[in-house]
Design a protein around this ligand. Structure first.
Ligand code: MG
Length: 242
């Protein structure tokens, strides 16, 4: 397994409030997109990523096989860590989205997320989204009020309905997927998927899957493409090659 990633402030924002991290030994990667003024967003995302990786490492050190409860518990730990940073103080709230992938036994991976950072899988050239955003516009798509295409330009598309760190507990979405050699998993912040159509994301990943492009190079190419398309937000990409 090879994992590589890149995070970039984009073309418009001065600060980068996204954070990424991974551990090839654990087969785990985490990406978070923070929010909150006065550097609280970047602190929230960084602390959340570190906490999830630390809890997964502790889980592995205990010799336990990771299961969905273990990954959810790690994300809950990150939620508490961010919540405790501001102690629930009014006006000082900070939060973050988070998406995490962790290999478990056999050829399986667990995917957990909160908010609108996403995971995708590329298999034989076909891109599949593995996460459903916790956002107002996703709810409207599920209700059939707007189409997936209209959602890309909906005025409220950035309003998320769940985030880490706002309450002492958070509802974490988690699923297990089968993976096979040759698959690529992508974690990304909205700064990527809002800027690039799925076809461009798939093409960038396909170049890595074909073998001529290393995951780090593929990640850098996707970030550059998002910036070329406007780069209105921080943009982060992690690629896991199985
Ligand atoms: Mg963002």
């Amino acid at each position: 397994m090879r994992i590589a990633g890149i995070t970039h402030p984009g073309k418009v924002r001065r600060r980068n409030e996204d954070a990424i991290g991974w551990d090839e030994g654990l087969g785990a990667a985490v990406l978070a997109d923070g929010m909150g003024g006065l550097h609280r967003g970047d602190l929230a995302s960084r602390e959340a990523v570190e906490e999830v990786l630390a809890e997964l490492a502790a889980f592995g050190a205990a010799g336990e096989t990771l299961h969905d409860g273990g990954l959810v518990s790690a994300v809950q730990g990150a939620n508490r860590r961010v919540f405790e940073l501001h102690g629930g103080r009014r006006g000082e709230a900070m939060g973050t989205t988070l998406v995490a992938v962790a290999a478990t036994r056999g050829s399986r991976c667990l995917i957990a997320h909160v908010g609108d950072s996403r995971a995708y899988r590329l298999r034989r050239g076909r891109l599949e989204r593995l996460t459903a955003d916790h956002s107002l516009v996703q709810q409207l798509v599920e209700q059939g009020v707007v189409s997936a295409e209209e959602a890309r330009s909906a005025p409220n598309r950035n309003v998320i309905t769940r985030a880490l760190g706002l309450e002492p507990e958070v509802d974490v979405a988690c699923r297990e997927i089968a993976v096979q050699q040759g698959d690529l998993l992508l974690l990304c912040s909205d700064g990527l998927w809002e800027m690039l159509p799925d076809a461009d994301i798939a093409a960038g990943l396909a170049a890595v899957a074909a073998g001529g492009v290393a995951p780090a190079e593929g990640a850098a190419t996707l970030v550059a493409a998002a910036n070329a398309a406007g780069g209105v937000d921080n943009v982060s990409v992690v690629i896991m090659q199985l």
